[in-house]
Design a protein around this ligand. Structure first.
Ligand SMILES: NC(=O)c1ccc[n+]([C@@H]2O[C@H](COP(=O)([O-])OP(=O)(O)OC[C@H]3O[C@@H](n4cnc5c(N)ncnc54)[C@H](O)[C@@H]3O)[C@@H](O)[C@H]2O)c1
Length: 274
């Protein structure tokens, strides 16, 4: 397995949205690599099940209930992890929600978008990611090491008929947030990357992704491994968490999804602060 290629023993990692789907798969990969993983999620019951699943197979896991749309709570949670463990090596800003179906449906069209829904999706998918990166950066810049990964989506790289407006807008914003943060933090030996997956059968959108008509749409995409996020996430984490950071390559990688543009990979050599 690819996770055997990276060793995170003695390191501390935090994952938001870790009670389900891609966040849980990420936490499992990190735990298998030996990291002490803190699972953060708004779903308290889901967290307990996730902790048990990880501890029965992969290793050590802690949990804390956290709503990433509560900025003060995010800062407090990340500070608490860093202070209790005395270090913070990896943070994965994964928590995210759907904004409903795309514009092929009546409720997905631009004039049907409700203010409350727009605001909620932005608060979780964009502000939640921003404040997670911000809180992680405060510790990692000081310790002059660390890795941050933000979960974007192919829907942030191109127009996506299956996804609602707020979803595509926030995921596109996350892509550039990653680029911007990667540039600032690289001189501090902190590497920031984004992952832009194609569709996986998770609980997102209350499982809408599993409905027959949605399945039929996705079947055309010939995506692979949608029921098995672990190997795909392993590979993506391996790509995005490894590296020296002295010369950083912010990468927005994507899972197999024909139709999406090629992964962005811009090499940069930022100036080291004195
Ligand atoms: N499943 C896919 O096809 C797909 C594709 C591309 C990107 N993504 C992204 O991957 C990430 C994970 O999604 P998933 O598919 O695993 O969905 P999921 O619904 O299975 O898991 C999302 C987790 O985030 C948690 N969460 C939701 N709101 C939260 C909040 N305010 N604070 C803290 N936790 C919160 C949920 O409780 C859940 O445990 C999201 O950012 C999503 O946009 C998913």
């Amino acid at each position: 397995m690819i996770e055997e290629l990276f060793d995170m023993r003695g390191q501390v990692a935090a994952v938001t949205g870790a009670a389900s789907g891609l966040g849980l798969a990420t936490a499992e990969v990190l735990a298998r690599a030996g990291a002490r993983v803190v699972l953060l999620d708004v779903d308290a019951r889901g967290l307990q099940a996730a902790k048990q699943a990880i501890e029965s197979e992969a290793g050590h896991a802690e949990t804390a209930v956290l709503d990433v749309s509560d900025r003060a709570a995010v800062r407090a949670a990340i500070d608490d992890i860093a202070h209790r463990h005395g270090r913070l090596d990896a943070v994965v800003a994964n928590a995210g929600v759907s904004a409903g179906p795309g514009y092929r449906t009546e409720i997905g069209q631009i004039n049907a978008v409700q203010d409350e829904q727009w605001d909620r999706v932005l608060a979780i998918n964009l502000s939640g990611v921003f404040v997670t990166l911000q809180a992680a950066a405060a510790h990692m810049k000081k310790q002059r090491s660390g890795r941050i990964v933000a979960m974007a989506s192919v829907a942030g790289l191109k127009s996506e008929v299956m996804c609602g407006y707020a979803y595509t807008a926030t995921k596109a914003a996350v892509v550039n947030l990653v680029r911007q943060t990667a540039m600032e933090l690289a001189p501090y030996n902190v590497m920031v990357n984004g992952i832009a997956p194609g569709p996986f059968r998770t609980q997102i959108a209350n499982g809408r992704i599993r409905q027959p008509e949605v399945e039929a749409e996705f079947a055309n995409l010939e995506t692979q491994g949608r029921d098995r996020p672990m190997p795909v996430i392993s590979f993506m984490l391996w790509c995005s968490l490894l590296g020296t950071g002295a010369r950083t390559r912010p990468v927005v990688g994507r899972s197999a999804c024909p139709g999406a543009p090629a992964a962005h990979d811009s090499s940069v050599s930022p100036r080291v602060p004195r």
